[in-house]
Design a protein around this ligand. Structure first.
Ligand code: GRF
Length: 207
């Protein structure tokens, strides 16, 4: 059984998608053992509590010194002995000490088709504002392994989503979540739990 630590920052709809797929048996070989939030106001914490899952907060208010925050975040992850760390709407740039401790064992969902509209400054609605401003016809979502950079690790899954003529950033964000994010992240977890995913020379292979 793959032990999952899920890191969140906000509404937790991606966490909810994972919990729902575990509940309906789509994901059979994994369990969420802890939810960790960098915000004590994240509704994702409520979703965890409703599901009976331990939810903890590690905030910069508690740990204003960056190195102490990083150590506390690593401690919160280590304590639940995860096999896989899942960044689900997590706005924290994962510090190198955690990336080093969990090589190819951290995945992230990004709401665009990497390498488009990603990297520093591209998160949440900003991603969709940039896609609309550029006038692309399709966008989507990407699940990738987390390395030392921002949205730069090996790509595991991607799914394209059409942009409609009158989309606003909010409408587009919702469509990308519904049609891509909420499908890709559970699918990625299931593939990893089945032992079907390897990373070779920076490229992902799915058996
Ligand atoms: C959304 O912008 C989503 O596209 C991105 O993170 C944000 C919040 O997601 N992945 P969630 O509802 O907290 O999972």
């Amino acid at each position: 059984m793959l032990r999952l630590a899920v890191l969140v920052s906000g509404g937790g709809t991606n966490l909810q998608a994972i919990l729902d797929r575990i509940a309906d048996g789509t994901i059979r070989e994994a369990q969420v053992v802890r939810v960790i939030s960098n915000s004590d106001r994240a509704f994702a914490l409520e979703r965890a509590r409703k599901a009976g899952i331990e939810a903890v907060c590690v905030t910069r208010k508690q740990h204003p010194v960056p190195e102490e925050f990083n150590a506390a975040l690593k401690e919160a992850i280590d304590a639940c002995r995860p096999d896989l760390v899942v960044l689900a709407g997590c706005l924290v740039v994962i510090p190198q000490i955690i990336v080093d401790a969990y090589p190819n064992r951290i995945i992230n969902i990004h709401p665009a088709l990497i390498p488009s509209f990603c990297g520093t400054g591209y998160y949440g609605l900003k991603v969709h504002e940039a896609a609309l401003a550029r006038g692309v016809r399709v966008t989507g979502a990407t699940v990738h392994f987390v390395d030392g950079g921002t949205d730069t690790g090996p790509i595991l899954l991607q799914k394209a989503v059409e942009i409609h003529q009158d989309d606003t950033p909010e409408i587009l964000q919702r469509r990308v979540m519904e049609e891509a994010e909420w499908k890709l992240l559970p699918e990625a977890i299931s593939l990893i739990a089945q032992g079907r995913v390897t990373v070779e020379d920076g490229r992902v292979r799915i058996k």
